[in-house]
Design a protein around this ligand. Structure first.
Ligand code: PLP
Length: 639
């Protein structure tokens, strides 16, 4: 094995940085996962795919999930707070809740609740549907159950039912109207009054956040109560004699916060609000600092949008320290701290895997056959000029020669439109022009600063890899908000990659492509890829476990892909757990109100009218079978 090349690949794809200890390249040049962070206990992703294909009859595209990573991340947050509380001798506890919206898959929430049992982890919901799902889980006794989001009477009534089920439930109100609804339900009967849930207030902070979701914070945010509204709500609560029910102050300054100083400022401001409210005679014992811990998608550990300039440990330490300092200053008791981290817990646990179906390389397409050029009838001056440029272009003249070549190329198109040259001559001109472009790019790359024109030219001439998946279904944020995810081939890292490529998906949408890739220092416009041979060439999309499935859409009616859970045993043997099939075509059709029986009858009727099939009943029977098979099949391309 070419160990030097493997080390080069580790550095070039940055896997040891964004992998956070969970992903790496082994000495065989294959990408592997260490679900328990033990480097001796690896799952070779290629071996896992092979097992899925051979033993489970499941092929790409698929998601591989590692529930042990979820457990490990939960423990990371929990331990970070436990250590900070210990270090600062903080007189309060930490409670974690997982926000349902980050990944609503039942299997995922199961793994959160299982892993959270030991550390009293709870759930946060933002809609009635999420509430109904969360209510079915038997959470640990003191674990919190938090209702956020905009609510109606039906939603708030669910909180009373949850309270009756002995859930430790808090309704975080977004406005005075929600408080009114809650009071009205309390007044329905003494029994209902007894079931009044705890009340939380979501406060709107002045401190602004950083990153893509900065608009969730600051005075103009859509969420939370202004200072006046907070005072109004406090007065309403007091007037109802429910002051003891106000148990939580909450804020959430947006997801993927890139700068620790923004988080610290928000915590400082919220702690002050908490202290002032305590001094008004209320006893909100919980300060909920929301989510927002950033994931280091590009491994740069900086404040750029796809990274974060801090670790969860630093976040916990700053939170505990800041709150303790403000409380000391204000001479009030320290609150218990609640976190609603989602992205940092869910992102690493799943990998989307796709296979490459086709490679569209301009280099291959434009390769000259031996004697092709000399055989060509070169009576046209533009062709002769292009030929001369391609031979004479150099580091000194590439800029000027490239511009001349553009002019001759345009002349050739004019000649073609006027009927003076044939298709073969046009094709020959295109090939020579391509070679000139390539040489010009090579010369420009030798400059200290590559001129923008040639950087753009280079970008337009990359190889396109057609990947068997839908960006809109599997990594919708890459399309909707230009989110960067680490992407790389899963094998052959002992070989030097010979293409600079971009990824295009199989949807009929020009937005279905990825042309920006992570890099520690900047972003790249292409990915280093190999020329596929007769083995399947798999590409992995990493850190996709947060938000992607909840935001997925079925563009072109490509539905959810197959998925499997993978577990590592204490002795280092791994096995495949639950396998869930992707959405079949019939389910996708039914979801759009198509009636399958009606469709089958319509096919039959049309076939009966077909002269070709009337004459061949066996062919009609075979076609009917094909239609039925496809209807129950997988919408993605078959291997
Ligand atoms: N809490 C609330 C109220 C949210 O809206 C969100 C998501 O934006 C979260 C928690 C989770 O945030 P993150 O996934 O960034 O940790």
């Amino acid at each position: 094995m070419n160990i030097r090349q493997i080390q080069k690949a580790r550095e070039s794809y940055g896997i040891d940085s964004w992998g956070a200890g969970y992903f790496g390249i082994n000495d065989q040049g294959n990408v592997c996962c260490y679900p328990t962070l033990d480097k001796n206990h690896e799952v070779d992703l290629n071996a896992a795919i092979e097992k899925m294909v051979k033993e489970k009859n499941v092929s790409a595209p698929m998601i591989l999930r590692f529930p042990q990573i979820v457990e490990s991340q939960l423990n990371r947050i929990h331990t970070a707070f436990a250590e900070a509380i210990w270090n600062y001798d903080y007189a309060g506890k930490h409670y974690g809740v997982f926000p349902f919206k980050v990944n609503q898959r039942r299997e995922f929430i199961d793994s959160i609740c299982k892993a959270g049992q030991k550390i009293g982890y709870g759930l946060e919901v933002g809609s009635k549907t999420e509430f109904m799902a969360a209510l079915s889980y038997d959470l640990p006794q003191d674990a919190l159950f938090i209702c956020n989001g905009f609510k109606d009477v039906e939603f708030i009534r669910l909180a009373f039912i949850a309270k009756a089920m002995q859930k430790n439930i808090t309704v975080v109100v977004e406005g005075p109207d929600e408080l009114e609804m809650l009071f009205d339900i309390c007044k329905e009967s003494p029994a209902m009054a007894k079931l009044c849930p705890e009340i939380g207030l979501r406060i709107r902070l002045y401190s602004r956040s950083s990153g893509k979701w900065a608009k969730s914070s600051g005075e103009t945010s859509k969420f939370g109560l202004s200072t006046n509204e907070v005072l109004h709500c406090l007065a309403m609560i007091k007037a109802q004699g429910l002051s003891q029910k106000l148990s939580m102050l909450h804020f959430h300054n947006g997801s993927q916060i890139t700068q620790i100083k923004r988080l610290k400022n928000a915590v400082k401001e919220a702690s002050r609000v908490y202290a002032k409210i305590v001094k008004m005679g209320f006893e909100p014992r919980l300060l909920n600092v929301g989510g927002g811990i950033g994931v280091d998608y590009d491994g740069s550990k900086t404040s750029c949008q796809s990274s974060a300039n801090y670790t969860p440990k630093e976040f916990a330490s700053d939170c505990v320290y800041t709150i303790s300092q403000v409380c000391k200053d204000e001479k009030v008791a320290c609150p218990d701290i609640v976190t609603e981290s989602g992205r940092i817990i869910a992102a690493h646990h799943s990998v989307v895997i796709t296979n490459i179906r086709e490679v569209e390389s301009l280099t291959d397409e434009n390769r000259m056959q031996p004697n092709e050029f000399t055989d060509m009838n070169l009576q046209h001056k533009s062709l002769q000029e292009l030929d001369f440029i391609s031979k004479d272009i150099s580091q000194k003249n590439y800029n000027e020669y490239y511009h001349d070549a553009i002019a001759y190329q345009e002349e050739l198109f004019t000649l073609f439109n006027l009927g003076y040259i044939d298709l073969a001559q046009r094709a020959c001109g295109e090939k020579i022009f391509f070679q000139i472009c390539q040489k010009a790019i090579d010369f420009s790359a030798g400059e200290k600063h590559q001129p923008e024109e040639f950087a753009m030219l280079q970008k337009s001439m990359v190889t396109r890899y057609l990947a068997n998946f839908s960006i809109f279904q599997s990594i919708p944020d890459a399309w909707s908000i230009d989110q960067l995810f680490p992407i790389m081939p899963l094998a052959r890292h002992s070989e030097v990659p010979d293409h600079k490529g971009t990824i295009v998906d199989i949807t009929c949408d020009s937005d279905g492509c990825i042309e920006r890739f992570v890099d520690r220092n900047t972003t790249r416009t292409s990915l280093d890829l190999h020329t596929p041979d007769d083995r399947p060439y798999y590409i992995g999309f990493f850190l996709v476990g947060a938000y992607q499935e909840s935001l997925a859409n079925e563009h072109n009616l490509f539905g959810a892909i197959h998925e499997a859970e993978i577990f590592m045993s204490p002795t280092g043997q791994w096995h495949i757990g639950k396998v869930t099939s992707g959405d079949p075509i019939d389910e996708l059709l039914v979801s759009r109100n198509f009636e399958l029986e009606e469709m089958l009858s319509a096919y039959k009727l049309q076939m009966q009218k077909s002269p070709a099939l009337k004459a061949d009943p066996a062919l009609e029977a075979a076609f009917t079978k094909d239609l039925q098979k496809t209807m129950h099949g997988y919408p993605y391309l078959l291997s």
